[in-house]
Design a protein around this ligand. Structure first.
Ligand SMILES: Nc1ncnc2c1ncn2[C@@H]1O[C@H](COP(=O)(O)OP(=O)(O)O)[C@@H](O)[C@H]1O
Ligand SMILES: [Mg+2]
Length: 352
């Protein structure tokens, strides 16, 4: 279970310390706090402090998981992390009967007699939700709609009656557990992803305060791209503008997100390339990261128009390779005194 706790934290912007099965989030210098992020944090904190569970809902790449960690860190309690999973049963959430343990007792003091005793014991393995309720931790339930609704039933009484009903399987102890007053819950989900796959989780949704997240504002995207790659502001702006221009072209869950901006920026930084229409690395990285995105725009033969669209957007934002340079050899934009996509690297090194 501990490995499960570690994985998403690596990708998130809140550094974590893994303590057994629980996580102690810490602020990271890569975390970007713009007015947009701050306002969302403030809203979520207001609900959580009043005792309500919060749910960040939005498409992939809208910062749900990162924000959940950030808010959890602000609450200052250890964090129990659960990922939604189709395979989950309710016993996975609250704990399960781990069966029987056989053990042999070897009495070393009586050499002649090897005393063997077998004891059959029922073990109860508490799971993260139980631990969080019992100790007053903050639960992050990431992508909770990936689990089947019946697997999430235990949460209903936790959130409304502040009681966790334990299955009969837990043979020792009581059949229920009172939820610790410090227990708080933060959920995330992507409404597009599981629409139609599972029944709706209306009963649970009804108990959460849902904050809908869209894509970040431009300034936040630029700052995140800079923080996670080390490129300059001008370079990050160019990359972010290209990605944002293509967002309308993608369909369904296939819009380029902040992850595309981060990937392009990191690859440019590690290759010493620049976001210019005549830079070959920039050309292929943009095509590889962006052109595979599904679009409704196709040729008569049914081929995707995305590669062409990517090229058009690059030229619109960076200038076409042919028109970039005037007679003096300076780019047209430099001659006009405009901010160019020229110097890519800031003082900060690339960060992983
Ligand atoms: N406030 C932030 N500061 C720095 N990086 C961020 C911030 N919010 C999101 N990111 C980065 O943006 C990307 C998408 O964020 P993530 O939380 O994984 O989105 P989601 O969970 O909605 O898919 C990740 O690479 C994440 O590290
Ligand atoms: Mg996520």
């Amino acid at each position: 279970m501990g490995d499960n706790a570690a994985s998403p934290a690596r990708g998130s912007m809140v550094r974590v310390q893994i303590d057994g099965d629980n996580i102690e989030p810490e602020a990271s210098e890569e975390f970007v706090l713009t007015p947009y992020v701050e306002a969302l944090t403030q809203r979520a904190m207001a609900y959580l402090e009043a005792g309500y569970p919060v749910h960040f809902a939005g498409q992939a790449g809208t910062g749900k998981t990162t924000l959940a960690f950030h808010v959890a860190a602000k609450l200052g309690r250890p964090v129990s992390l659960i990922h939604g999973d189709d395979e989950f049963g309710s016993s996975d959430l609250v704990g399960r009967d781990a069966g029987y343990r056989k053990y042999r007792l070897i009495d070393n003091f009586i050499h002649s007699v090897l005393k063997t005793e077998e004891e059959v014991k029922t073990l109860w393995v508490d799971n993260r939700l139980t631990t969080a309720c019992e100790n007053g931790y903050t639960l992050i339930y990431d992508e909770f709609t990936r689990s089947r609704p019946e697997a999430n039933n235990a949460l209903l009484s936790i959130l409304s009656e502040k009681i966790l009903n334990l299955p009969k399987l837990r043979r020792t102890g009581e059949g229920y557990l009172e939820v610790h007053p410090h227990f708080r819950a933060i959920f995330t989900s992507n409404p597009e992803e599981y629409a139609g796959v599972h029944k709706t989780q209306d009963a649970l949704m009804d108990r959460l305060i849902t904050i809908r997240l869209g894509h970040f504002d431009r300034d936040t995207e630029v700052r995140i791209t800079m923080a996670k790659s080390g490129v300059t502001e001008a370079a990050a702006q160019t990359i972010v503008d290209i990605v944002r221009a293509l967002r309308d072209v993608g369909v369904k869950n296939q819009r380029p997100t902040i992850r595309a901006s981060i990937a392009i920026a990191r690859i440019l930084a590690s290759n010493g390339a620049r976001p210019r229409s005549n830079d070959p690395v920039f050309q292929w990285v943009c095509q590889d990261v962006l052109a595979s995105i599904e679009t409704a725009k196709v040729t008569r033969a049914g081929a995707s128009l995305m590669p062409q669209r990517v090229q058009e957007v690059i030229e619109k934002i960076c200038g076409s390779p042919r028109t970039r340079r005037n007679a003096t050899g300076r780019s047209a934009r430099q001659a006009n005194g405009e901010n160019t996509c020229g110097h890519v690297f800031g003082a900060s090194p690339e960060r992983g």
